[in-house]
Design a protein around this ligand. Structure first.
Ligand SMILES: Nc1ncnc2c1ncn2[C@@H]1O[C@H](COP(=O)(O)OP(=O)(O)OP(=O)(O)O)[C@@H](O)[C@H]1O
Ligand SMILES: [Mg+2]
Length: 147
């Protein structure tokens, strides 16, 4: 597991941009972190790093938002309000997971068992100062005993 100390939103922007450069079709990033730790904010910077021009908004109510104007399609999920896994199957969650784009899932812990083994698990925690965050990153495969 790798750990990153993010001092402020500018660090989040740099981190998101760098991460975007490494993304390939079929990559899945599951974000796990409390309300307001910055899952959507980081997603906005990843989208910017992919060259996405549309405004990225939180998919809390729509569950998924698709962005196609960047280097790769980005499928951005927020599963916080999904009560029933059937709802996810109906919108084709599994097809998105094995598609031509990159997938980001906010509240990935709620659908953990559905995530592919190659998913990147990104935990976001509050740090000490107001803008500080701690990111812990690992592949799902590495974490077999943790979750
Ligand atoms: N280093 C940082 N990285 C990201 N956001 C930060 C940082 N410092 C402060 N913030 C602020 O924290 C808030 C994060 O809100 P955001 O909606 O991105 O969180 P979230 O994890 O997606 O929340 P939710 O669980 O409601 O979806 C924003 O208001 C943002 O400006
Ligand atoms: Mg959010």
């Amino acid at each position: 597991m790798k750990e990153f100390i993010i001092k402020n939103e500018e660090d989040t922007r740099a981190f998101g941009c760098d991460l975007a450069k490494s993304l390939k079709p079929g990559d899945v990033i599951a974000m796990i972190g409390d309300l307001g730790t910055g899952k959507t904010t980081l997603t906005k910077y990843i989208a910017a790093g992919l060259g996405i021009e549309e405004t990225v908004t939180s998919p809390t109510f729509t569950v998924v938002q698709e962005y196609k104007s960047g280097r790769l399609p980005l499928y951005h999920f927020d599963v916080y309000r999904v009560n029933d896994p059937d709802e996810l199957f109906e919108i084709g969650f599994e097809e998105y997971l094995y598609s031509d784009g990159a997938v980001i899932v906010e509240w990935g812990d709620l659908v953990y068992d559905l995530l592919p083994e190659h998913s990147i698990i990104l935990q976001l925690e509050y740090g000490e100062g107001e803008g500080e965050r701690i990111y812990k990153i690992a592949e799902k495969e590495e974490l077999k005993c943790t979750f």
